[in-house]
Design a protein around this ligand. Structure first.
Ligand code: NDP
Ligand code: 8X3
Length: 249
């Protein structure tokens, strides 16, 4: 049975992916900072599959490496890594940008993804098998007004995914990215620092993607035969044509 590690499993896309993977019977390693949310999910899924929780901040490299090292033998061989933890912080013109927001986005979305990957890739190389899916964004393919640093962080994810695919070629490891457009999760609540009203408005007047839509795509990607690597997927809801063109009624 495959073992999958999902970062950012306490909410949104990561949580929906955990639920879908549980249906597949995968052993799950669920990561996040909010222990209670992780425990609730473990409670929900543990009759379908083995669930191990890891509570750490992806910004903290010591915690990343010690948590991955702490995995019980049964969970130590990770077949699937879903690099999903991340968020936008703020939506401001570059001249008004908050430096703490910039640090958060670069440290979580870019450096956090690198730390996790660095901790997991060596064993994949050793076993000549593995599958890494980086969750990018339409923001990694185009830049939208006030999205500056978030877009930069997701462009970096795009570049890192391509770099991983080049450097790990021949090592039996599949590397791909899934780049969603607007998905209705806690994403905008985090971006707008807990302002639920402002966050809700982002998804008003059209049917945004739901986290389950992305999770189903991830299921498809990881269940292809081992010679098939889905390298890069761009997924938007029908109402969205680009980061700035959304048909809102
Ligand atoms: P959510 O806010 O619902 O989920 C984000 C997840 O990331 C949470 O589980 C959170 O867990 C985890 N996380 C955030 N910061 C950290 C950290 N420092 N250390 C560890 N875990 C962290 O958002 P989404 O599900 O929408 O986002 C998931 C991914 O999808 C992100 O990479 C995002 O950029 C990307 N994305 C989202 C889109 C959208 O429109 N929603 C569109 C395109 C891409 P906890 O707080 O418990 O640590
Ligand atoms: C999240 C989607 O459009 O807010 O990556 O950048 S968007």
């Amino acid at each position: 049975m495959k073992t999958a590690l999902i970062t950012g499993a306490s909410s949104g896309i990561g949580k929906a992916t955990a639920r879908i993977f549980a249906e597949e019977g995968f052993n799950l390693i669920l990561c996040g900072r909010r222990q209670q949310k992780l425990e609730e999910l473990q409670q929900e899924l543990q009759n379908k599959c083995a669930v191990h929780l890891l509570n750490f901040d992806v910004r903290n490299k010591e915690e990343v490496f010690s948590n991955i090292k702490s995995l019980p033998l049964k969970m130590a061989n990770i077949d699937i890594l879903i690099n999903n933890a991340g968020n936008a912080h703020g939506l401001d013109p570059i001249q008004d940008g908050n430096i703490e927001d910039w640090d958060a986005m670069i440290d979580i979305n870019v450096k956090g993804l690198l730390y996790i990957s660095k901790a997991i890739i060596p064993k994949m190389i050793e076993r000549s098998t593995g599958h890494i899916i980086n969750i990018g964004s339409t923001a990694g393919k185009e830049v939208y007004p006030n999205g500056n640093v978030y877009c930069a962080s997701k462009h970096a994810v795009d570049a890192i995914t391509q770099g991983m695919r080049l450097d790990l070629n021949g090592k039996g490891i599949r590397i791909g990215a899934i780049n969603p457009g607007m998905v209705e999760t806690e994403f905008s609540e985090v971006r707008f620092k807990g302002d639920k009203e402002k966050a809700k408005k982002v998804y008003e007047g059209f049917k945004a993607l739901q986290p389950e839509d992305i999770a189903e795509i991830i299921r498809f990607v990881v269940t292809r035969p081992s010679h098939v690597n889905i390298a890069d997927l761009l997924v938007m809801c029908t109402s969205q044509a680009s980061s700035t063109i959304v048909d809102k009624k």
